[in-house]
Design a protein around this ligand. Structure first.
Ligand SMILES: *Cc1c(COP(=O)(O)O)cnc(C)c1O
Length: 392
């Protein structure tokens, strides 16, 4: 939109902005103690300490979800690499793959399956909506694998992974469910064992509050046996080979060992409270952001919201890009929407190393941004609404 207002600096020129607070849905703020792991003298992945650290991080990954039978694999690469590894290491060439999608990231998995030449079928819903479990189950009744996204970061929707998996497996017990949990792992309630999800995929720079560079996977006991050699799998992303090596503390290739130290330190913090407490608090923090935005004229896009990110449609006449640019001018790295909906929404997140007082601060910054952009609202209403939501 050409007539959108330009961002105005709101801090006096003589006060240097000493930070870009990351309030984008990844990468997120990282605890200094976690960053300090990266400043150690270079460690070696084959040294006993390096092997032990990999084993520790792998155990922490399944512990966070209370999924002891699940074996984890840590891939050097982003979340997308991990997803690709799961896909190509489990699905034989030409097999039927169903991609359930309602946003940018879930669409990526359908595109990926198509590129690998799978018999790819899409179950699509408009962005902002949630998937219908029965519709997905029906499409996947004779499929080999279902690709589904739990927390759709482009729209702020939390799909009902439990209901989708239950409905799909009731129709097709042999179905493999690969779930993109990139922004739900460590943030939203996620019980792969109880829900029957075969593969959980995540990335280090989202809910696990670590710098980018690691893809995280958890494989159910049953699906570990289905990592088969006759797939179009790559060499680097051969999950059968990785799992075999990592179970013994070794990776076939050089891993980003420094990041594994950082990941383990971050998981230690996440594991210091019961997982239910962590999930409930992240939910309240995100509800606070949604409530703040709503109180000052924005509205949530998704009908069923994810606790990972507040995706808000700005007030009438204002675009998501202008809001994100204004926030950036104020030292806050938020994001607009994703193509083709860049201007429909802006996205702010309290994932990562951020607590409820960060949520309150973001509520205050949103007020300042809206005021700078000429929105009319009751000053203080956003912060008050956030505060109220935090009591919840
Ligand atoms: C960030 C994100 C991805 C992509 O992960 P990368 O680490 O950038 O590869 C995929 N899905 C969701 C839901 C995400 O939020």
């Amino acid at each position: 939109m050409a007539d959108q207002p330009q961002p105005t600096p709101t801090q006096p020129a003589h006060v240097p902005l000493n930070r870009q607070r990351l309030i984008a849905p990844g990468p997120v703020e990282v605890e200094p103690r976690v960053l300090a792991q990266l400043a150690q003298p270079q460690m070696h992945h084959r040294a006993p300490e390096g092997v032990a650290k990999l084993m520790q991080a792998r155990a922490q990954l399944s512990e966070l979800l209370d999924a002891p039978g699940y074996e984890s694999v840590i891939v050097t690469g982003s979340g997308t690499a991990a997803f690709e590894g799961a896909l190509v290491s489990l699905v034989p060439g030409g097999a039927k793959v169903v991609s359930a999608q309602a946003g940018k990231f879930s669409e990526r998995w359908g595109e990926m399956a198509g590129r690998f030449g799978y018999d790819t079928h899409l179950v699509s819903r408009p962005w902002g909506e949630v998937l219908d479990p029965q519709e997905v189950a029906d499409a996947a009744r004779d499929a080999h694998t279902l690709l589904v996204t739990h927390s759709e970061t482009s729209t702020g929707a939390l799909h009902d992974l439990q209901a989708i998996t239950a409905a799909a497996k009731a129709r097709n017990p042999d179905l493999i469910v690969i779930a993109d949990c990139i922004t739900s792992y460590g943030v939203a309630e996620l019980r792969p064992d109880a829900w029957g999800v075969d593969v959980i995929v995540s990335g280090s720079q989202k809910g696990t509050a670590t710098p980018p560079g690691l893809g995280l996977l958890l494989f159910s006991p049953e699906v570990q046996e289905r990592l088969i050699p006759n797939t179009p799998r790559g060499f680097y992303l051969d999950m059968q080979r990785e799992l075999k090596g990592q179970k013994a503390g070794n990776t076939p290739q050089t891993p980003a060992i420094n990041l594994i130290y950082a990941l383990s330190a971050s998981l230690e913090r996440l594991l210091s409270v019961p997982r239910e407490v962590l999930w409930a608090e992240k939910r309240r923090q995100n509800d606070a952001l949604l409530a703040a935005g709503t109180a000052i004229g924005a509205r949530p896009w998704a009908s069923r919201t994810s606790p990972a990110v507040a995706v808000l449609c700005p007030p009438e006449g204002l675009g998501g890009r202008a809001v994100a640019a204004q926030l950036a001018a104020m030292g806050q790295r938020a994001l607009p929407g994703q193509a083709p909906h860049e201007d429909t929404v802006f996205r702010v997140s309290n994932m990562g190393y951020a607590d409820r007082y960060d949520a309150l601060a973001i509520a205050g910054v949103m007020e300042d941004a809206f005021e700078a952009l000429g929105v009319t609202f009751t000053r203080g209403a956003g912060v008050a609404a956030a505060w109220e939501a935090l009591k919840g």
